[in-house]
Ligand binder design. Sequence first.
Ligand SMILES: Cc1ncc(COP(=O)(O)O)c(C=O)c1O
Length: 415
Amino acid sequence: MSTPTHIHRERAGDRRPDKHDPGTLSEESWAVHGGNRGDGGTGAIRTPIVMANSYRLPYDPTTLDETDHDTLVYTRESGANQLTLQAKLAAAEHGEAAAVFATGMAALHGCFFSLLNPGDHVIVSNVVYMRVFGLFDSLLPRKFGIEVDFVDITDLDAVRAAVRPNTRLVHTEVIANPDLRVADIPALARIAHDAGALLTVDSTFTPPPLLRPLDHGADLVIHSLTKYINGHGDAMGGAVIGDRATVDEIKAGPMVHAGGAISPFNAWLIMRGSVTLPLRLRQHCDNALAIATFLAHDPRVAHVSYPGLPDDPHHTRATSQLDGGYGGVVSFAIAGDHEDRVRFVNDLKVITSAVSLGHDETLIAYDRHPEERAVAFSPIYQRHGLIRLAVGLESGDDLIADLDAALTTTYGPAH
Ligand SMILES: Cc1ncc(COP(=O)(O)O)c(C=O)c1O
């Protein structure tokens, strides 16, 4: 990530930079200024937190357009902080519009609820975040008659073979939680579009500037804002970004009627956190690569997954799509028995045992039975469990020393 990527490469550079025009700004500048309009009332240079539930109606309220969810009326439908965050995210992902929700799961559910009808068929990556797996494994088929095939998303022939006449959607994560397999977004977009279906991409592990799935053919991109985009582990949120008509439909349905609105305070926190996203991603990616390299060379470690490692099976596919790094999550397995692995995790002194990722602090989560929450797992993770390390912003040297010391407590020195 040494050279900053530009929001619109062809336009940046030949126009005078304007902080309100993403087309003229570099990545870092848009991260700082995007969506921020200040406050006309007080003159504050940052959009303040507006905790009001409702906004003054026009002189004649009947002139309001019921289908316009960007006019400030009622905070479940649109709030000042929600609008600024939506504007920032839409431009950052090269989309026309964004809808933000209370959580990543609300955004994902909102997207599927809006796009799918009873009897529709969906092809879903067989390794996805466990709650998304649950949505497709049980809730959507049981409640709405959605037909689902879980497929190894890295096997394009298998994806093609799964297409049915009623296939409406292909859904994947770019880098899958938790085994870090990497999807080929342009190839999946071609398969989906040839089938008359849409491609939805959860890009939570690869926020801009690492990847912009819409530029690679995806129809909608979804984020858990809870993770890297907020980046400080103190607010939850989710977003769906894409073309205006589809995003408007998602706002009209799940956001307005199902009521998954983000709180103004969380939207404001996420705006503030996102200011440093490009800077933070560099440290997340550099640290993760250093740690993955350390683990890959350590004889006490049974297996490491990280697409940034040259001999990772997904390295080439990741390199062809990602710009500036391979993300901040490293998954690995250590030998020994269950008690050894629990001891290792609890012996860490810098790294915290907790779920989530994309936080400033490094988090580790040991999952003894990952295969119960996804369809396909490599035998090594089935045998040893999977340890997901969500690498944070601390010094990489401190993190490696912490891992080394805890491995030594459990297994003795490496050599
Ligand atoms: C890839 C991915 N998508 C979506 C989610 C859900 O986001 P949230 O926890 O904000 O609902 C998560 C949560 O871990 C995730 O890892």
